[in-house]
Design a protein around this ligand. Structure first.
Ligand SMILES: Cc1cc2nc3c(=O)[nH]c(=O)nc-3n(C[C@H](O)[C@H](O)[C@H](O)COP(=O)(O)O)c2cc1C
Length: 353
């Protein structure tokens, strides 16, 4: 990487209905590679047709998506950035009207979704073996497309997280119950991918290190222990998503150690990426000082395609959200992406709505 700045993975609803890449999605990501983000991580891309989380999502479940993925990887790499695709399955959070079948998860449960609660079925053993194979096939597809690596989305309440969580995983077989059983799906996916990709193909894992929003059932100490196991399994990086990069863990809020530092000590030899409210150079430097190797920038990067240049000389402070529609257009966002960002509170300037 030319620097320690990554573009955080961000869903933008710009892909075509069949999951193939659109010019809008290409332009938004490649522009940021051109503007010197050292690593570009794509939005979450679904590994199975029944793992789609929302309309306009990038797909990586079929060879029909290969051509667009290859174009994207090349587009990013032409500017010297690492190209990483985030791969995931929505599990309980894949709406039935999109996937055409009942959503499934670790255990059966009722999920409050929009105004109508959704009945989620428990995974049969065939679902588990199928999704493992789908993750492996997706990683191989990413490799064939020329990406430098994949990031397994083990965070934010999607399928891999649902298996890790004591809230959504009440299974009594080898895929649930104890910590070792709950992390089996994520570790198996990682191990199987590592076994079939080239040595220098990166396989990282994104984790929610503790409970946040509706993503519950994660214990902080277990997360640190999990990172250690993933590092032993060969994870090339661990990407933490605490939504506030420099915070202390809620479990040890009165202590003096930042969340990142717990992970740094547990996995001294594995690169750590962290994201959450990094807007200024000093905030990126702070997370590096706390033990991270790479600062991932989300909303600030949507608002500033040239964020790496803006913070380089330490004299400019990138402006904070809200942004006007006109400003976002100049940053290379298409109309559907701007529409989507209106759903993120305080991001698009009120008067422009
Ligand atoms: C519009 C938007 C879409 C996001 N989509 C994803 C996603 O697809 N996968 C993911 O792991 N995180 C996703 N996130 C979370 C970001 O990667 C990041 O962790 C979070 O926004 C905190 O960083 P920030 O404060 O710099 O924005 C998304 C965030 C935003 C704002």
């Amino acid at each position: 990487m030319p620097n320690r700045i990554a573009l955080a993975p961000m869903t933008n609803q710009q892909s075509h209905d069949d999951g193939t890449l659109s010019d809008d999605e290409y332009n938004w990501l490649v522009r940021r590679a051109k503007e010197n983000f050292g690593m570009i991580i794509t939005c979450a891309a679904n590994v199975s047709a029944d793992g789609q989380g929302w309309k306009g999502e990038l797909g990586i479940y079929d060879d029909k998506q290969l051509e667009g993925l290859s174009r994207l990887a090349k587009g990013i790499q032409q500017y010297g950035s690492l190209a990483v695709v985030q791969i995931f399955h929505g599990g309980a959070r894949s709406p039935e009207n999109l996937i055409g079948t009942q959503p499934w998860s670790a255990s059966a449960h009722t999920m409050p979704h929009a105004k109508v609660p959704v009945e989620v079925r428990a995974a049969a053993l065939e679902d588990i073996s199928r999704v493992i194979a789908d993750f492996v096939a997706a990683a191989k597809r990413a490799e064939r497309a020329g990406f430098d690596g994949v990031e397994l989305h083990g965070a934010h309440g999607y399928l891999l997280h649902q298996f890790l969580s004591t809230t959504t995983n009440h299974r009594t077989d080898e895929w649930g119950g104890s910590f070792d059983n709950r992390n089996r799906l994520l570790r198996t996916v990682l191990q199987k991918i590592k076994a079939v990709v080239k040595k220098d193909f990166l396989v990282g894992v994104r984790l929610s290190p503790e409970d946040k929003y509706t993503f519950q059932g994660i214990d902080f100490d277990e997360s640190v222990a999990l990172a250690k196991l993933l590092a032993q399994d060969g994870a090339d990086f661990i990407h933490l998503s605490p939504w506030e990069a420099a915070k202390k863990p809620d479990k040890y809020a009165t202590g003096d150690k930042a969340l990142i530092t717990f992970f740094r000590e547990a996995i001294p030899a594995t690169p750590i990426i962290v994201a959450g409210k990094i807007w200024k150079r000093a905030e990126a430097e702070q997370v590096i000082n706390l033990g991270a190797d790479i600062a991932a920038v989300g909303m600030a990067a949507i608002g500033h395609a040239d964020w790496p240049a803006l913070v380089k000389d330490n004299t400019t402070e990138p402006s904070h959200m809200p942004f006007t529609v006109e400003h976002l257009q100049k940053q290379g966002l298409s109309a559907p992406f701007i529409e989507y960002m209106k759903r993120w509170k305080g991001f698009v300037k009120e008067s422009e709505k």
